[in-house]
Design a protein around this ligand. Sequence first.
Ligand code: UD1
Ligand code: CA
Length: 488
Amino acid sequence: MSAGHTNGLTVVVLAAGGGTRMKSKTMKVLHPIAGRTMIEHVLAAARAMDPDRIVAVVGHQREQVSEHIRELAPDVVLAVQEEQLGTGHAVRVAMDAVGDTTGTVVIAYGDTPLLDGESLRAFAAEHEAAERAVSVLSGVVDNPFGYGRVLRNDEGDVEAIVEEKDATPAQREVCEINSGILAFDAEFLRSALPRIGNDNSKGEYYLTDTIGIAREDGLTVGAHTIEDVMQTEGVNDRAQLARMGAELNRRIVTRWMHDGVTIMDPATTWIDADVELSRDVTILPGTQLLGTTVVAEDAVIGPDTTLKDCEVGGGARVIRSHAELAVIGGEATVGPFSYLRPGTNLGAGGKIGAFVETKNATIGDGAKVPHLSYVGDAEIGEGTNIGAGTIFANYDGVAKHRTTVGRHARTASNNTFVAPVEIGDGAATGAGTVVRRDVPPGALAVSSGPQRNIERWALTKRAGTAQARAAEQALGARRDDEQDVAES
Ligand code: UD1
Ligand code: CA
C-alpha cells in the first residue's frame, strides 16, 4: 500500500460480530455475493482508497475469518477483539494494533457488500478538506428503525448520534441515520476512545459517542450524506443476502450494458464482480458468468449457460452448456448441452457439440467433437473430426492415461480409444473400432471382424415372440416375391 495521503490513511474494517441471524456455520462476512465474500468486497473498496494500512478486527469465528483475509490480502493487519464489547471497543483494539498512526482513520463494516471505493474516497476527501475531528457518512432513509440517528442543532450542525434503543420517541422520528462509516482524525480518535463509557441500554462501548465527545472538546464535526444508501447497508440474514446479491448483480449487469455488452434479460443474467467482458458480447437469458470468466468481443453466450473461471475467445458461441476452468477459442462453438470440465482447451474455430463431456482435453484449432462423446485426458490435433459416440477411455481402474489423436484425422462413430494410445496424423478408423494399439499416420484402424449373419436365428431362438413373427412374415413375403419373379 502506498502513502498517497500526506498525513496517512488507515482503514479499519469491523468484523468481530457474531452474525447469528445468518444461522450458519460459515461466519457472516464469509458468505459470498457476486463471487466474492462480503468482506472481500469491503476490502476491495478499502484498497481503492490507496490507504497506508488496512486493519481488520476479528472476533467471532476468528480462525475462519483470519485465514480468509490472510489468503486474500496478506498485508491487512489483523486485530483480535476477544469479547464484542461494542464498536467503540472494537476500534480501540484496532488502534492498539497499529500504534502511533497519524492522519485519517476511516471505519467501515465487513458486511456491506455494495460499498464502493469511490464513495469512501469522496467521503475521506471531504472530511480532510473540512479539517474535522469526526465525520459521519449519513443517509436519509424511509425506515430508520434500528439505526443510530444523526442529531443536529438548529444551525444544522451535527451534535450527536443516538442509538435506537437509547433514543427518545422524538429522536426516533429522525430519518437521517448513521451508516456506520465514520472518518476520524487519528489523534482525536486516540484521545476519545478511552473516554467512551458503556452506560447505555446495551451496556456497550458505542463508537458513536465520539461525536458528542468531539463537540464537548469544541472540535469540528460534520456529516456527509450518501445518496446511494444501499452501499452502506449491512447484511444480517439470508433474505437480505439474496436481496443485496440481486441488487449488486443488477448494478454489475447495468454497468456492462453501459460498456457495450448486449444483455437480453438482465433479470436472469448473473455476472460475478471479477468477470471481464468486451464490447459487443451478447448474453442470452438464463446465463451465469462466474468467478474470473473473461469473454472477448462478439462472443454470444447462452441461453441457459454457466461459465465459471472460463476464457472465451472472440466470436465464439456457447449454447445451453456448463463449463468450468475451460478455454474456448475464438469462433469456436460449444453446445447445446455440453459439459466442459477443468483443463478443457478448445482451439479457434473448434467445436464441442451436443452431449459431449470433456476434461483435461486440448482440442486443436478447427477440430470437432460434434456428438455424444466423452473426451478425457486427451490431445486432439487441428482439423481432426471425432465421430459420434466416441469414448476416450482414460481410466483403467487404477490410473489415468492420455490419448493423442493427430492432425486432420477422421475417426468414425462409436469408437473407444483405450488410453494410453496414439492415433497418428491423417489416420482414420472404422465404425465401432476399439483402438487399443497405436494407429500410424494415415492408417485405417478397424477392430471388429467381418460381419457374420446367422440366418433364421430369431425364428428358433425367439420362437413365439413378436420378433419371431415379424421375421417370419418378412421372410414369407420375400419368398412370395422371389416366386413371383421366378414365374414371370
Ligand atoms: C451500528 C451503529 C449505528 C449505525 C449502524 C449502521 C454503533 C454504536 N452503532 O449499530 O449508529 O446506524 O451500526 O449499521 O456504532 N462489531 C465489532 N465488535 C463489536 C461490536 C460490533 O466488530 O464489539 C462490528 C460488527 O461485526 C458489525 C459492526 O461492528 O460489523 C456494527 O455492529 P452492530 O452491532 O451491528 O452495530 P449496530 O447496532 O447495527
Ligand atoms: Ca448492524
